[in-house]
Design a protein around this ligand. Structure first.
Ligand code: ATP
Ligand code: MG
Length: 561
């Protein structure tokens, strides 16, 4: 298999432009040790885009002997939840990373941020504004027009201190006042037009309870939290590039312990995939999927349940590189990464998805041979035993009464090899009243175990399981959740929901798996020969009765995509 390349404006990229920057900062002695952070807002589960950021932040820290913090950016209590905090911690660990010390919360710094806000007021650099959100929008101007100063901009320090204290004390309803920095309403950078530092929000917070009814804005929180934690390289996605002057303004105007530097990189966009927490939440809330960890979701918990390995996701993130170019990564790269890893690590097994009974009429009744098959063709993973006797199952799709040209499987009067076993010939197809084939009568050639038949060539090899000893199981065939490469793009009047692939899940019951699979533990991964890579479902597998999720097909079946 050759490694597909990513196409970006900068050509084939697998480099990480931040590595040399970090290296130079260490070489020059600017930093003795680097400290990065991964700062999710706990308002949803992590998705594949976050994996890029996690691998980048934790990866750099690991590579250069530094540290990476996990910090919950929890300034918007209305949308946040403990469930998300727990899920995020789990997912980061599952990906294989460990943050330094305890997880941090931006809300840990609310007291400090409040004190700094008071200092800005005292320095005449912040004021309480009574404009409503709508009015404030009008005053803000646009990209082409400068803004106008708020009529409340010139309040005295005393009045501002008094009003801010009363905001904090809960005297005013939500949205009636805000605390704003006094920067420049005519700046070409909209972020510098007297940005909001604090909003009134009478909301319970998952960490701070009812202590606060004013909450700092993202911009007022993020950089200062970085500074408090001694972050050296604050890495974020490109949409924050225009926020950098504000990030620096706060650091320059507050007595922060250090001045982290912000670097931006381009976010991961993956075709056939949604990576917006808001839309993923909508898929969950409206029941289009079975939950955040539905194996079709682009969440890390979804990929995990689907059978993706942490290694494959880390390899994928390494393959796509880190740069500042916009572009869309082909999902084929992610699928390549998981096939590549599972090909090397997943034991082989046989599972018949649509069982068709076969009776070997010339095999002695009551006789059982224990066949020994390797678990892996290349790695030493030991063997599994497969009992061979008179009755077995093959897949209904491996027998054709009227075969198309080139068909190499079983046909009336034709021969095929049963994987790891004998060559059999189809002698008779038994049908039900409707004419469906319900059973095959076959004969076997006893001289073909482990050797070619004499005087003739048998091309086809098919998988099978013994009738006795195989286990019945449920198999879930998952496919891409969206059928169009750019699911966000909807027909007029429609939404991304219209692009859902109606065939993204096919549940097969009554499948039959070889005996060794009775021991499959949740999350065990296999290659089911000729069918694909599968993983025993984390939630629905029962002891002795696994449910298997298809992780990925053996080959790309989306042709050219
Ligand atoms: P969403 O748009 O899905 O809500 P977000 O950026 O609001 O994502 P956060 O929880 O704030 O989500 O993200 C935490 C970190 O992950 C941020 O530093 C953010 O830049 C990064 N991140 C989010 N999405 C991507 C992506 N698609 N590619 C790379 N990094 C991402
Ligand atoms: Mg965000």
């Amino acid at each position: 298999m050759s490694k597909p390349s990513v196409e970006t404006k900068e050509g084939t990229a697998a480099a990480n432009f931040l590595r040399p920057i970090v290296q130079a900062d260490l070489d020059s002695g600017k930093h003795g040790k680097i400290v990065t952070r991964f700062p999710p807002e706990p308002n949803g589960y992590l998705h594949i885009g976050h994996a890029k950021s996690i691998c980048l932040n934790f990866g750099l820290a690991q590579e250069f002997g530094g540290e990476c913090n996990l910090r919950f950016d929890d300034t918007n209590p209305a949308k946040e939840d403990q469930e998300y905090i727990d899920a995020i911690e789990n997912d980061v660990k599952w990906l294989g990373f460990q943050w330094a010390g305890e997880p941090h919360y931006a809300s840990d710094y609310f007291d400090q941020l409040h004190d700094w806000a008071v200092e800005l007021i005292k320095a005449g650099k912040a004021f309480v504004c009574d404009l409503s959100p709508e009015q404030a929008r009008e005053y803000r101007g646009s990209l082409t027009e400068p803004g106008k100063n708020s009529p409340f901009r010139d309040r005295s320090v005393e009045e501002n201190l008094d009003l801010f204290a009363r905001m904090r004390a809960g005297e005013f309803p939500d949205g009636t006042r805000s605390l704003r920095a006094k920067i420049d309403m005519s700046s070409p950078n909209m972020n510098l037009r007297d940005p909001i530092l604090y909003r009134i929000r009478h909301a319970h917070h998952h960490q701070t309870g009812d202590k606060w009814c004013i909450y700092p804005s993202y911009d007022f929180t993020h950089g200062q939290s970085d500074a408090i934690e001694g972050i050296t390289h604050s890495i974020c996605t490109l949409e924050f590039e225009d926020h950098r002057p504000l990030y620096e303004w706060f650091l320059d105007n507050l007595p922060v312990p250090c001045k982290p530097r912000q670097y931006e990189f381009s976010r991961l966009n993956l075709n056939y995939t949604i990576t917006s927490k808001r839309k993923l939440k909508q898929l969950v809330d409206e029941g289009h999927v079975a939950g955040w960890d539905d194996p079709r979701m682009s969440t890390l918990s979804g990929y995990r349940r689907r059978g993706y390995t942490p290694e494959s996701i880390r390899n994928f993130c390494e393959m796509i590189g880190v740069n500042r170019a916009s572009g869309v990564v082909d999902i084929g790269m992610l699928e390549f990464a998981i096939r590549d890893h599972l090909d090397a690590t997943a034991p082989r097994a046989m599972c018949v998805l649509k069982p068709l009974k076969v009776v070997i009429t010339n095999y002695p009744e009551g006789k059982v041979e224990q066949l020994e098959l390797p678990r892996h063709p290349k790695q030493d993973m030991g063997v599994r035993m497969l009992p061979f006797s008179r009755e077995l199952y093959i897949d209904a799709g491996d027998f054709e009464e009227n075969p198309p040209a080139g068909y190499k499987r079983l046909v009336p009067g034709g021969e095929v090899r049963l994987r790891g076993s004998y060559v059999i010939r189809a002698d008779e197809a038994i049908k039900d009243e409707a004419g469906n084939v319900v059973e095959l009568r076959c004969s076997y050639d006893e001289n073909t175990l482990g050797k070619n038949p004499e005087g003739r060539k048998v091309k086809g090899v098919i998988h099978w399981v013994p009738a006795e000893g195989s286990i019945e199981c449920e198999v879930r065939l998952y496919d891409r959740l969206f059928r169009s490469p750019n699911p966000e793009k909807a027909e007029e009047g429609g939404s991304f929901l219209d692009n859902i692939n109606p065939e993204s899940l096919l549940v097969l019951k009554g499948c039959r798996a070889e005996p060794s699979l009775a021991q499959a533990q949740p999350e065990d991964r296999f290659q089911f020969e000729r069918e694909g890579y599968f993983c025993a479902d984390l939630k629905d597998s029962k002891p002795g009765a696994p449910v298997f999720n298809r992780t990925v097909t053996l080959r790309d079946s989306w042709g050219g995509q």
